[in-house]
Write a protein that binds this ligand. Sequence first.
Ligand code: ADP
Ligand code: MG
Length: 272
Amino acid sequence: MARPHLRLASEAPAPSPRPIIEMAGVSKTYRTRDGDVPSLRPIDFTINAGEFLVVVGPSGCGKSTLLKMVAGLLPPSSGEIRVEGRVITKPHGDVGVVFQQPLLLPWRSVFSNVMMPVEVKHLDRDSHAKRAHELLKMVGLQDFERKYPWQLSGGMQQRAAICRALVHDPKIVLMDEPFGALDAMTREKMNVELQTIQRATGKTVLLITHSIPEAVFLADRVLVMSERPGSIAAVYDVDIERPRTLDVMADPKFVALTQKIRHHFYAHGGLD
Ligand code: ADP
Ligand code: MG
């Protein structure tokens, strides 16, 4: 059944889990002039359609490497990654990517930045312009479409970058420490907003963070990685009802889970 672009997940009947990203024996060793850098041990993991999966792990354990391989920007050294059943060998249109820095082009307006993927992929301009307007409205930037990135706060720039990642309606959004450069209060607001966006669009999200509370707040499941070469140390279900408000951080379930995850890192010297 075709999904409308924007709808509340709560309006849909509960779907049975359907794998959308499958990793089978995926490992990565970087070959450099100074020798091999084993970055990721073979990983087997499946992410389901519509799931919000958050990865936490120590610096250098291969989180960004994993995300780049799912995006098709890097080939695995072994194993394969399938998205919707297709083996990923090159960059593909099923994903939108958001990095720590918004990476907006300073000479383009906010609207024109959001439309970048439409130009690069030669997609239909009119239908995607409509979608860009809808997305910018959803994140509260409707009055800033004609402004330039430097006229926006860091949080607003990152919201624009999220719209850019969604404009071609990818099934999957990959986010690599998307709020890492923001101040603590803006970051919390963005967490609430991202939950709203994910619920409204039904996207599958794979997000990397250093913040354990952010991970638990956002995730359906948290994947905890071990030190480099990274492997899966644990996977936790976050059994907390949605929509979640920031008050949930005081919930005993939330506190217990953040503590459990933190204990993984005390043993290994902490996150960076
Ligand atoms: P994380 O995102 O978890 O901090 P990365 O995936 O960026 O970690 O990197 C994992 C490991 O691989 C690190 O030790 C890093 O130094 C190494 N690495 C990353 N990119 C390259 C590269 N292009 N060449 C060689 N080594 C790399
Ligand atoms: Mg990284």
